[in-house]
Design a protein around this ligand. Structure first.
Ligand code: ADP
Ligand code: MG
Length: 249
């Protein structure tokens, strides 16, 4: 589905992503974990097109074939089918939860204003889908609150709902559970597992090892820009090198 080949990104001497290769398989939860500063968000930004690599390829498989998405705009990559959850919230805080799901997420002003002015509000099927996802997520009682009134964890759930609603074939999540309370952490674990049951392909980028190992199929461990181990959650849990880098930082 997604193949990362020898990807490199250096920031004035810091090797943030240093010759990394791995694959994301269709219908599976692939996790990329590592301590703070290991290069996870840089990898996320490279995949989403926020940052361009110095070298390497990112091959994305779509129903029209495989293509290298390096050099494509964020918008193009998103339209091709990569939906992403940023580490920082990107909700419009004056819009309601439901409106946030119905407006275009990108900063394309024209599309944004068209949405706000109500043209797409009459898109009944999108509204119905959004309402269903919010119900599935247990958010039915807060659909009419503005995003500014939500807790941090609720915002994460709403953003995840928006990721699912928007067209995509793969979801790339940057630290979905960082800073959320244990209840929402469990809700997000259940949602991600349900998404997999529904056939979604997920690349989960996380710092929280116990959360990640509980739900992933394959785990890739990064440290200082390099991939140091790849394995099943069991293999990772018992790997002394992984424990060392996690406990050492
Ligand atoms: P993680 O998400 O695993 O915590 P990051 O990808 O955010 O790690 O950062 C990896 C390394 O790259 C860090 O040393 C960080 O300081 C550096 N880095 C990330 N983005 C930039 C940037 N835009 N400019 C300079 N250095 C950066
Ligand atoms: Mg990060």
């Amino acid at each position: 589905m997604l193949k990362i080949n020898n990807l490199k990104k250096h920031f004035s001497g810091i090797k943030a992503v240093n010759d990394c290769s791995f694959g994301v398989e269709k219908g599976k939860i692939t996790a990329l974990i590592g301590p703070n500063g290991s290069g996870k968000t840089t990898m996320f930004n490279l995949i989403c097109g926020v940052v361009e690599p110095d070298d390497g390829k990112i091959i994305f498989s779509t129903n029209t074939g495989d293509r290298n998405i390096v050099g494509m705009s964020v918008e193009k990559i998103s339209n091709l089918g990569i939906s992403r959850l940023f580490q920082q919230s990107r909700l419009f805080k004056n819009l309601t939860v439901l409106e946030n799901l119905l407006v275009a997420e990108d900063n394309e002003d024209q599309k944004f204003w068209k949405n706000i002015c109500g043209l797409n509000r009459f898109d009944k099927s999108k509204t119905e889908k959004a309402t269903k996802i919010l119900n599935d997520f247990g958010l039915n009682e807060i659909t009419h609150l503005t995003a500014g009134e939500l807790s941090f964890g609720q915002k994460r759930l709403v953003e995840l709902a928006r990721n699912i609603l928007n067209y995509h074939t793969v979801l790339v999540l940057d630290e979905p559970v960082a800073g959320v309370n244990p209840k929402i952490r469990d809700d997000i674990a259940k949602i991600i597992l349900q998404m997999k049951k529904d056939g979604e392909t997920i690349l989960l980028i996380e710092h929280d090892m116990s959360f990640t190992l509980g739900i992933s199929d394959k785990v890739i461990v990064m440290d200082a820009g390099k991939i140091i181990v790849t394995g099943t959650p069991e293999e990772i849990r018992n790997n002394p090198e992984v424990l060392r880098i996690y406990l050492g930082k």
